[in-house]
Design a protein around this ligand. Structure first.
Ligand code: XMP
Length: 329
């Protein structure tokens, strides 16, 4: 697969018909590559790995083994959605690993953002490698590598997440299967839609690998992480109700590690603030802030203050990029 390039002449997949042609070609190519062999896939529930899973399920059914690692930093409802869509609806062979405690124990007391990212990335590989070692008779590893990943690694911008991250004893066992390798992101989404994946999965906003961990700045604690998760769920629900889903590029909440004084039911409180961030961009290098309708802001403030334990103040981040990055860590 190493020599696969996006052909200069390849038509951009912009219609369901073109997506269908791509799917048929890839299903045939996968069957030819793997035959009766089994394929392993780390299924995060993100767009790329979900589309790869759906393609492989169509091509080889139960011979695909998906491993979904819950690192405890996923958004509310995400692991449940992965299980519902892939195990229950698509009848996939799915191993669900709840590793939340392992990650949160390792992260306890760690304040440095780079160290947090490192721990999360490394532990993810450890958990996945442990699962891979338990499985017998699998000789292929599928990955959701897409064309921009290859361009970026060639340009030296970032190493794309290939088997290089895995320990040698695991990486050497597998031949790679990368069926969306020649696609741009919008094409991956188009193919995902055609494969019948739910819109909420195919059109979802970008979500960092370290997940809610980077939205819980400083040392992650379970209670503050829960406040991030609950406020994020409220934000997504209210954006959807307001018809902004898919219209605003990215929106999320952050709960920083400081407390301020407030008052509730006549009593002093000392709780965290919840910061709302909603941004638009075309290239992620420069980002502008979305101007939210006043009624939506009012509703968000009201719901977050009444429904999320530990929050007594709601702030709206009005900073573009540059100078601020999108995420807080
Ligand atoms: P920054 O914070 O660098 O974010 O302005 C730009 C975009 O990248 C996303 N992001 C990540 N995506 N792994 C990812 O896959 C990561 O570690 C990561 N960190 C940031 C961020 O959400 C924003 O869309």
């Amino acid at each position: 697969m190493d020599n696969i390039r996006r052909p200069e002449t390849m038509e951009r997949i912009t219609t369901p018909e073109l997506a269908k042609v791509f799917i048929d070609e890839q299903v045939a190519a996968i069957r030819q590559q793997v035959g009766d062999g089994k394929v392993l896939l780390a299924l995060s529930g993100g767009v790329d790995s979900s589309v790869v899973a759906a393609l492989l399920i169509k091509a080889i059914g139960q011979n695909l083994v998906c491993v979904h690692v819950n690192h405890g930093l996923l958004r509310k409802g995400e692991p449940e959605q992965v299980i519902e869509v892939f195990r229950n609806q698509m009848d996939a062979n799915l191993i669900y690993v709840d590793a939340a405690d392992r990650f949160l124990d390792l992260l306890a007391g760690v304040t440095d953002p780079e160290q947090k990212r490192h721990i999360i990335g490394e532990e993810f590989i450890n958990v996945f490698a442990e699962e891979a070692r338990k499985l017998e008779g699998i000789s292929f590893l599928a990955q959701g590598t897409i064309w921009p990943d290859i361009l970026e690694s060639e340009a030296g911008i970032k190493a794309h997440h290939n088997a290089g991250g895995l320990p040698a004893d695991i990486a050497e066992r597998f031949e790679l299967v990368e069926p969306v390798r020649v696609l741009f992101k919008d094409e991956v989404r188009m193919v995902g839609r055609e494969l019948g994946l739910p819109a909420g999965m195919v059109d979802r906003q970008p979500f960092p690998g370290p997940g809610l961990g980077v939205r819980c700045p400083g040392a992650i604690t379970r209670d503050r992480l829960e406040a991030v998760r609950e406020s994020d769920a409220i934000l997504r629900e209210e954006f959807a109700k307001a018809g902004l889903e898919g219209k605003v590029w990215q929106y999320f909440t952050v709960v920083p590690d400081f407390k301020s004084t407030g008052i509730k039911d006549g009593k002093r409180t000392f709780d965290w603030p919840c910061i709302i961030r909603a941004i638009n961009t075309t290239d992620v290098m420069e980002v502008t802030v979305e101007h939210l309708p006043q009624e939506l802001l009012d509703r968000l403030v009201n719901r977050i203050l009444t429904e999320v334990p530990g929050i007594n103040r709601v702030l709206y981040d009005y900073t573009p990029k540059p100078p601020a990055t999108v995420e807080y860590e």
